[in-house]
Design a protein around this ligand. Structure first.
Ligand SMILES: Cc1ncc(COP(=O)(O)O)c(C=O)c1O
Length: 380
């Protein structure tokens, strides 16, 4: 059974539990077969109402801030592997409280916090983010290895010996990538960081491993992870985000009005690209809409789709449809669970989509609705 969209209010992000479980099963299989640890990066999706489901498979988290680390502790019941480019003295004690591992972005960040780390009552494993200076990611916005990057230390900027407290290495240089991209990255790392790898207890290979995509070669991934682990005698950790939520749900929206200018018809919606699907404009990419033609068709009704904010560029398109669109029609933007809810804004005070989970037996569970108080609460 699939989501019964007639039951879903508009606007609403709706997660399909069955599809999520399918992804989780695959991720857990990769983890178990490769003999590594996979943890979920909250930056892609922190929908904590789904944590009880995720916990049945992968009960571990990667946090990138004090709040994500606290959410892991409180709602997932686990201490996080925490990395941030900028841990502050104000926050470090609380961050340590919620973390089992902490990765520093630079040696100076480590120096700043090493006393707090030593004074912490329980042992926390410290790591350093390295810059492999190799990435296949073409969009600079998502390329952590672009020249001048602030993320991680290049081999040429490392001391010959790392401080003895640094037990692990961390890199993140992939984005919606394949196992073959990872393989090339690992070759670059072995070339540049061999002496550090020899001493490392663990290596965190970051995110961007899109193992739940249909064409992803998971057997190859398992093979290269096992080989790397055996060669360097090191514990391997992956912290993907997107892979957990890949194609697990949608953003349900509806048409409010149709306007025309210079022969271009725009269907204005009750959602906004900039506020509710920001990656469409940032990456940019054109999202798929259920039942619509992804490319405009000459003989079909064709529309640009416009957001409900007053940002001039808050539109995308064109898409074609079998029928003319009209006010009240439902549109389903596909694959809108990762990097959406975590990145939304209330720009213009636009009403925020609700959040729901669909279960094939229990039906629709609306876990969160947003209103004026949520908007007001973010202002002062
Ligand atoms: C350090 C780090 N880890 C993990 C991730 C998760 O990546 P993805 O969601 O592409 O798997 C990111 C994404 O930016 C990241 O910066």
């Amino acid at each position: 059974m699939a989501i019964d969209y007639k039951q879903v209010p508009s606007p609403c992000y709706v997660l399909d539990e069955t599809r999520l479980r399918k992804n989780l099963e695959l991720i857990k299989t990769v983890q178990d077969k490769a003999g590594i640890e996979i943890i979920m990066a909250f930056k892609a999706c922190a929908m904590w109402s789904a944590f009880p489901i995720i916990n049945e498979y992968i009960p571990r988290a990667a946090a990138s801030s004090i709040h994500e680390a606290r959410l892991a502790f409180e709602e997932m019941g686990t201490k996080a592997h925490t990395y941030s480019p900028a841990f502050t003295q104000k926050d470090i004690a609380e961050i340590l409280k919620y973390s089992s591992h902490i990765t520093f972005n630079s040696i100076t960040q480590f120096e700043m916090h090493k006393d707090a780390l030593a004074a912490h009552p329980t042992a926390i494993s410290a790591g350093l983010r390295i810059n492999p200076e190799f990435s296949d990611v073409e969009t600079d916005l998502y390329n952590p290895c672009a020249p001048g990057t602030r993320l991680g230390v290049a081999a040429s900027n490392l001391p010959a010996e790392l401080p003895s407290e640094i037990e692990g290495l961390h890199f993140h240089s992939l984005c919606e990538s394949s196992s073959y991209d990872l393989e090339k990255t690992l070759q670059a790392i072995e070339k540049r960081f061999a002496s550090y790898l020899q001493k490392a207890k663990w290596i965190n290979m970051g995110g961007g491993h899109l193992m739940t995509r249909k064409d992803y070669d998971t057997e190859h991934l398992i093979k290269i992870l096992k080989a790397f682990k055996d060669k360097w005698n090191v514990k391997v950790i992956l912290e993907p985000g997107s892979a957990f939520m890949w194609q697990t749900g949608d953003l349900v929206a509806s048409v409010v009005d149709i306007v025309l200018d210079h022969g271009i018809r725009t269907a204005i919606l009750d959602v906004s690209f900039t506020a509710h699907m920001p990656d469409c404009l940032e990456m940019p990419y054109k999202p798929r809409i259920t039942g619509a033609y992804h490319e405009p068709q000459k003989d079909k009704p064709t529309y640009r789709l416009g957001g409900n904010s007053c940002l001039a560029g808050d539109f995308m398109g064109l898409w074609s449809f079998d029928e003319e669109l009209k006010t009240g029609d439902q549109l389903i933007f596909e694959d809108m669970i990762h990097y959406t809810m975590v990145k939304t804004t209330m720009f213009n005070g636009v009403p925020h989509p609700a959040i729901a989970i669909w279960n094939d037996t229990k039906g629709l569970n609306i876990v969160r609705e947003f209103g004026y108080e949520d908007y007001k609460g973010r202002m002062g």
